[in-house]
Design a protein around this ligand. Structure first.
Ligand SMILES: Nc1nc2c(ncn2[C@@H]2O[C@H](COP(=O)(O)OP(=O)(O)OP(=O)(O)O)[C@@H](O)[C@H]2O)c(=O)[nH]1
Length: 562
């Protein structure tokens, strides 16, 4: 396993322990950074002339690190802090180290600053606390105004779901090919490779897989997704494997999606077995995760001679169960297509047998879909989807901002560890940026934090308005199966934690939410109940979040935290 892959998989502590690439030696600067540091130190000492003895080497190094070796900024900072400090000492500059944990400000992967604190105390100056440390490159932007004034395209994420082999990957591969994101020769090469192992028909599906592979080897900051843009919108495709074993991945994908494409295999017998399989569960799950807009791609119509009767039969049945699942008719669209041949995907089908369809193509339906409202003015919440290292930082994270905004230089809080960090730099949709807002996918390059405190599924928030960590919560849950006091796995996006339904406080009326029965012993499938769940550990959770409860590999309920 490459180092990069290993860091990307830092889901669990034991994996971190296994990660042999992470060692104290790595706290050392790279040779290039070391050279910059030495040059910077000499220049700073020269600039401070005979005042330099008032500042410790560690303080100079820390400041140089924070200002990216910018000597002028470093000198200005050192003068204001140590040589010509303000009369009133800011509360956080001096910190007695008597028994207190020192906060590392060197940005070198959280190396314990025993040397620097000793240094600081000897000089009567305590180590810098994060609140007071210089903000690297902070521009103090009014992010919401910047966002409203920006001419950037609308962004939207969608999850692709459906039964195994319904043709999800082939469809997305074809989409990327027809939109020019992937070149024809790449597909031709994949087709040759696929042919060698007798899987020629999977060439287009491999487009997605190959791209994911590439990402996991490189340093790209993606969240295991693919992107494409149309004239109006920048789209992110969230992959969702059809197989039952991967439902937790699907929950994670759906939790970041504005809308969903449900792929149905129209070929004889396949639609019917799909209905018995994952089609229903996926639809119920995505609706429970808050996705309200769904585009049904009735795929493989080439295999049934573009039969309009078959399309209508599927449309009627699927509309029925989607309505029963809670999707409003106005939010459901159907597109007859062939992912393999690219009919009605980006371009209209040229097959005369398909001429009965004059509606929108899949891409047109996507463009007509309005992304969910962004919680721009709410406190910052970003769920970490990936943890990795890049050239910019030994610790980078990626994910979608669920709420609020952030900018370069901000201090952030990671929950549940409660550790703070700085945003050294960031990228939005793979391009360097100064800020990011709710709904965007961002990669943040962090300093001042040890990777040990950061895991996939954790939440990034504003230290002034943190999300709390809970081990007990009340859920208004829709039961998919029988519920009673029992062990469950609680899934929220990429986070999952073991827990137990402790108490069922009442059955609720589905429409009004009024209690119809107090303390029932059991909840029947399709009923709504208020339940109290106790977790094995504290995790960041708050009212309004959606969670899914699973037991024995099956989804048993989903609901909203109260
Ligand atoms: N005839 C025909 N075959 C298709 C079409 N779309 C996909 N297929 C075939 O269906 C098979 C499965 O396609 P995939 O794209 O791998 O299906 P999937 O839904 O991504 O599968 P999982 O990821 O395993 O759930 C492949 O052999 C494809 O070539 C289509 O529109 N027409």
């Amino acid at each position: 396993m490459s180092r990069h892959q290993a860091v990307r998989n830092l889901d669990y502590q034991n994996e971190l322990d296994d990660y042999e690439g992470y060692s104290e030696e790595e706290d050392e600067l790279s040779p290039e950074d070391r050279a910059l540091m030495e040059q910077g130190k000499a220049a700073v000492r020269e600039a401070l002339a005979n005042q330099a003895s008032k500042v410790t080497t560690t303080q100079i190094e820390e400041a140089l690190w924070h200002y990216y070796y910018d000597v002028d900024k470093t000198v200005a900072y050192l003068i204001s802090k140590f040589i010509d400090p303000p009369k009133k000492t800011p509360k956080a500059v001096l910190e007695s180290n008597a028994g207190k944990k020192q906060v590392d400000t060197a940005g070198k992967k959280g190396k314990k600053k025993t040397d620097s604190s000793a240094d600081g105390v000897a000089n009567g100056v305590g180590a810098l606390k994060i609140e007071d440390a210089p903000l690297p490159k902070s521009k103090n932007l009014d992010v919401l105004s910047e966002f409203h004034n920006s001419k950037s395209k609308k962004t939207a994420s969608f999850v692709v779901v459906g039964h195994v082999d319904a043709g999800k990957s082939t469809m997305m591969g074809r989409l990327l090919l027809d939109l020019g994101v992937v070149e024809q020769r790449t597909v031709d090469k994949l087709r040759q490779e696929a042919d060698k192992i007798g899987k020629k028909s999977f060439a287009l599906a491999w487009v997605l897989d190959q791209r994911t592979e590439e990402r996991s080897r490189g340093v790209t900051i993606d969240i295991a997704t693919n992107r494409f843009e149309t004239d109006t919108t920048l789209f992110t495709i969230l992959d969702a494997p059809g197989h039952q074993d991967f439902i937790p991945n699907m929950i994670a994908g759906a939790s970041q999606a504005d809308f969903a494409i449900l792929v149905i295999d129209a070929s004889t017998g396949a639609f019917e077995s799909g209905l018995k399989g994952q089609t229903r569960e996926h639809s119920l799950l995505i609706r429970s995760m808050g996705v309200s807009r769904i585009i049904v791609a009735v795929n493989k119509l080439d295999t049934v001679g573009w039969s309009v009767e078959r399309f209508n039969e599927i449309k009627n049945q699927v509309s029925g169960f989607l309505s029963a699942t809670g999707f409003q008719a106005k939010n459901i669209s159907f597109v007859p297509l062939s992912g393999l041949h690219g009919d009605n995907l980006v371009r209209r089908s040229s097959d005369s047998a398909a001429s009965w369809y004059t509606g929108a193509t899949l891409v047109e339906e996507l463009e007509n879909s309005e992304p969910s409202a962004r919680a721009l003015a709410k406190p910052l919440r970003m769920t970490i989807a990936e943890v990795f290292r890049t050239q910019q930082s030994p610790l980078s994270i990626a994910g979608r901002l669920d709420a609020g905004s952030l900018q370069m230089g901000d201090a952030i809080l990671v929950q549940p560890s409660g550790e703070k960090a700085y945003i050294k730099s960031l990228q939005v949709d793979e391009a360097p940026a100064d800020w990011a807002v709710a709904g965007q996918n961002a990669a943040l390059h962090l300093s001042n934090i040890d990777p040990i405190h950061v895991r996939v599924g954790d939440i990034i928030c504003d230290p002034a308005k943190p999300i709390n960590c809970l081990d007990t919560f009340t859920l208004k849950a829709l039961a998919f199966d029988f519920l009673m006091p029992m062990q469950v796995d609680v899934h929220r996006g990429r986070l999952h934690v073991a827990g137990r339904i402790e108490v069922i406080t009442g059955l609720l009326d589905k429409v009004t939410g009024a209690v119809t029965k107090k303390k029932p012993k059991i909840v029947k499938p399709a009923s709504v109940a208020r339940i109290v769940v106790k977790l094995e550990s504290k995790v960041p959770l708050e009212a309004g979040q959606r969670v899914v409860l699973r037991s024995g590999g099956q989804t048993v309920a989903a609901g909203l935290l109260e």
